[in-house]
Design a protein around this ligand. Structure first.
Ligand code: FEO
Ligand code: CA
Ligand code: CA
Length: 553
């Protein structure tokens, strides 16, 4: 059954429940859970409040080339593309995920004013890095080795130290922590697909969204790796013209890094499967297992979860450092409300198309359909509501199924246990002119359970046709309970052709760190960019990570 048919079935079912007076019980499942079900993560711990006040006066849609916030809020650029981060390395291009990890928490302290930002750099801009235009691409122009090297150095991950002094967040140049991991950094291959790939691989690519683990590591999702290789896809970066070292099976994984140890080698966690990874949301089950929820951001692809074999030990960090290597991978079957196991030895359906579990993990997109995985409308971020533990998934859009505006689906695990193999679900919000938002992508929660939604209408469509009413890509706040449940309030608007990403709070929720990605992406030439944010004048546009302040503590 197609997902939109399922959605219609669900909506009818919800109406039925409403008519029979049972809606409240279904829709508030989990809201009376005991405290121990709340967020267990050391790195996400927050105070809970029962206040349900409006946090800001919503802004109007705009096509202005500025980053715009409601009255009373302000922002500061922490780092932008090209800024130095240490003696020899520079901040990369197209920052996507941004997460904050206090340094002191790892040592058992509680100073949250001094920490590390971990940031993904998703893809380069051949135009702004090398003045390599679409016309050059169409003519088959081959980049020089120096040009390819400049692009290779612009992607991957940044770790930078930041400190709040007198209420202001400042970048700290610190050789102990600040580092870049890029497409030339050696990675160790770990997990159940290891036999198919070898001991090590070169580089990480297409780092989109990510997640912070309760044991203080960072997970980065390798998403549109296909853009880097000559393929049937329309655009690729033509690195293979001058660098033959890249093999596409080495990408499309979740990478785990220890941001607190600059010398640690990044690891590809192959047990979590290979697909176009958006983010990773980690839950700890009542039984102590680590459950990783993930979306495959491609049209007609699936939602996954991984359940660790071993249990999480909050007191012994070293015991958790490789916990994502052993366990089972499942795909969501929305039709039957079941998580379907992706295991070569236990699922006879996989025998004829695959040779091993490694083969299944490398080709998750094909294997998932054979065991009953439901095709979805581009599953992007998944986040766990800290108040009731239900999961929220962005389905950004799917033009092949006439879903142009996307929506947000809520999943409730049976018994509210992340280890459950059964779940229920509902449509939480749908994009469109009426709701005011379109193409939801990154999600983040505050401790009150308000959902913050960062939208991504693609550069080729933004401000045009059916997307014109939404104007520039924006961030919205959607309450998940109370009288405004499900209503979208516009909080921030990005500069021309940008997408806002990340959107993660500091532990006291007084600051939100946001990535402003690809401003001016629709530019055809360096001389006439569509955006000049953030420095204006004659400068070209520059992606940047910013700290937004003004939230009431
Ligand atoms: Fe890189 Fe699915 O966004
Ligand atoms: Ca995204
Ligand atoms: Ca996106």
């Amino acid at each position: 059954m197609r997902l939109e048919d399922l959605i219609h079935k669900k909506i009818s079912r919800r109406n039925l429940l409403k008519r029979s007076g049972k809606a409240a019980a279904f829709l508030t499942a989990g809201s009376v859970l005991p405290n121990e079900f709340f967020e267990l993560s050391l790195f996400k711990e927050r105070k809970r409040s029962d206040q349900n006040e409006m946090l800001f006066k919503p802004i109007e849609p705009t096509d202005s080339d500025n980053f715009i916030l409601p009255q009373g809020f302000d922002y500061k650029i922490i780092r932008k593309w090209g800024d130095k981060i240490n003696e020899s390395e520079y901040f990369g291009y197209n920052n996507d995920f941004v997460g904050y990890m206090p340094i002191d928490l790892l040592a058992g302290g509680n100073d949250t004013n001094d920490g590390l930002l971990v940031i993904n750099h998703e893809y380069p801009s051949p135009l702004f890095i090398n003045n390599y235009t679409d016309e050059d691409f169409k003519k088959g122009k081959i980049k020089t080795p120096e040009e390819v090297n400049a692009e290779q150095k612009s992607v991957g991950i940044s770790v930078i130290r930041v400190k709040r002094e007198n209420g202001v967040w400042n970048f700290i140049e610190d050789e102990k922590y600040n580092r870049r991991i890029d497409s030339n950094t050696i990675h160790i291959v770990c997990g159940n697909a290891k036999t198919g790939l070898g001991e090590t691989v070169t580089g990480t690519l297409a780092n989109c969204s990510g997640g912070i683990t309760p044991w203080g590591t960072y997970l980065s999702g390798e998403e549109n790796f296909q853009d880097y290789f000559a393929s049937k896809d329309v655009w690729e970066y033509r690195w293979n013209d001058v660098d033959k070292n890249f093999n596409d099976e080495q990408y499309g994984w979740v990478v785990e890094i220890d941001p607190f140890d600059r010398d640690s080698v990044p690891k590809k966690r192959t047990s979590l499967g290979r697909f176009r990874h958006e983010n990773v949301a980690i839950g700890i089950s009542p039984g102590g297992r680590v459950v990783a929820y993930m979306g495959d951001d491609k049209v007609n692809e699936c939602v996954y979860k991984f359940i660790s074999k071993n249990t999480y030990d909050p007191d012994k960090r070293e015991l958790n450092m490789d916990i994502l290597d052993e366990g089972d991978l499942y795909v969501a079957d929305f039709e039957n409300g079941k998580w379907q196991l992706l295991d070569y030895d236990k699922r006879p359906e996989l025998k004829s198309d695959f040779a091993s579990q490694s083969d299944v993990l490398i080709n998750c997109d094909k294997a998932s359909k054979l065991v009953g995985g439901t095709e979805c409308n581009r599953p992007e971020d998944i986040e766990i509501n800290p108040v009731d533990r239900s999961l929220f998934v962005s389905f950004t859009n799917n033009s092949t199924k006439d879903d142009y505006y996307g929506g947000i689906v809520r999943i409730i695990e049976k018994n509210n246990d992340p280890e459950s193999l059964e779940f229920d679900w509902e449509v939480f919000a749908t994009g469109g002119v009426e709701s005011g938002f379109s193409c939801p992508d990154n999600l983040t929660f505050d401790s009150k359970g308000n959902l913050w939604v960062l939208c991504d209408v693609s550069t080729s469509k933004i401000n045009k046709g059916r997307y014109a009413p939404f104007k520039n890509n924006s961030m919205f706040m959607i309450p998940t309970s109370g009288p405004d449940k499900g209503k979208a309030f516009r909080f921030a608007s990005g500069p021309v052709d940008s997408e806002l990403c990340g959107g993660n709070f500091s532990p006291d929720e007084s600051t939100m760190f946001i990535s402003v990605q690809h401003p001016g992406e629709g530019s055809l030439t360096m001389e006439n960019p569509t955006s000049r944010w953030p420095d204006y004048g004659n400068d070209i546009p520059r992606p940047a990570v910013i700290a937004v302040t003004g939230f009431k503590k």
